[in-house]
Design a protein around this ligand. Structure first.
Ligand code: GUN
Length: 293
């Protein structure tokens, strides 16, 4: 019998596309039932300011994801020169609108707009992105309410491995408000020992090499070298970068990492599809709270 060496090991794929499709199927059934019982569908309002092409694609995917699941979507596509005051007025109207359960402002917003003041104007019960300091604080205090979509999606992918996260050494690469920080709080809540690395971290390699679980969310193509991955580790790659030939790649050097890891997310088809699925899940959660379920 041959023993497997690190060189021959091939990671199992954490298939976000399949998990996402399965979750959306079961949510669609729940949405249909809730809509019938309460006489209205869950509603998501999406605010897009300006013409950023990537944001336009994300927003289109979010609204079409809603429609396919029976969630009502309310699109507010506003010109780049829209004022902060106008946006605050719109958010205030949406906060008061009983048909709207979730509100999201697609980021980034144009330079003259302060994104934090928009996020803080959203009713925390409608903050389906989980970006409002109230929802971040709830997660930090171990009483999660609406949870940030990408980290929440990463937790669902980690669940698929069947691994108990208690005491696992986790390294989150990247400390953004959208992914790195809430990801660290999710892992901490799950009982893991968490390190967050960022642009001032010295010797990233030494941190990654110790990790049972690596979550790469730095937004830098190929930052995490495949040979740094501990044999048998779980690798979650949040990065997404388009190469000159049109193909997509992540923050992790996939081919080498996949020979060492036990589980790895592909790019595309890993974390990406989960983000919108968790946004829809949060919209359903917010709807239930609004109708008293
Ligand atoms: N821009 C990049 N990621 C996100 C996200 O998850 N939500 C919003 N609203 N904007 C983003």
């Amino acid at each position: 019998m041959r023993t497997m060496t690190d060189d021959q090991r091939t990671a199992q794929i954490l298939d976000g596309k399949a998990l996402s499709a399965q979750m959306r199927r079961s949510m669609a059934a729940e949405v249909a039932e809730l809509t019938q019982r309460h006489g209205r569908a869950p509603g998501l309002a999406v605010i897009l300011v300006g013409e950023d092409p990537a944001s336009q694609v994300y927003v289109r995917n979010k609204t079409s994801g809603c429609e396919k699941m029976g969630v009502a979507s309310f699109s507010h596509h506003l010109p780049a020169e829209t004022s902060q005051q106008h946006l605050l007025g719109l958010i205030s109207e949406l906060n008061a609108d009983p048909k709207v359960d979730g509100i999201l402002v697609q980021l980034p917003v144009p330079e003259h707009i302060n994104p934090d003041s928009l996020i803080e104007a959203i009713d925390p019960g409608k903050d389906v992105d989980g970006f409002h300091p109230y929802n971040v604080g709830r997660l930090a205090a171990r009483k999660p309410a609406l949870r940030s979509c990408t980290p929440f999606g990463c937790m669902k992918l980690l669940e698929q491995t069947g691994e108990d996260l208690h005491g696992k050494v986790c390294v989150v690469v990247g400390a953004s408000n959208i992914v790195g920080r809430p990801m660290a709080l999710e892992l901490l809540l799950a009982g893991a020992t968490v390190t967050v690395t960022h642009k001032f971290t010295r010797d990233l390699q030494q941190h990654v090499e110790r990790a049972d679980i690596v979550v790469a969310a730095a937004g830098k193509q190929g930052l995490v070298k495949g040979e740094w991955i501990k044999p048998g580790a779980i690798v979650i790659d949040v990065g997404i970068h388009r190469l000159a030939d049109g193909s997509l790649t992540g923050d992790v050097e996939f081919d080498v990492a996949a020979k060492r890891a036990a589980w790895i997310t592909p790019v595309p088809g890993g974390v990406g599809p989960m983000t919108i699925t968790m946004l829809l899940a949060n919209t359903v959660t917010a709807f239930k709270a609004h109708v008293g379920e």
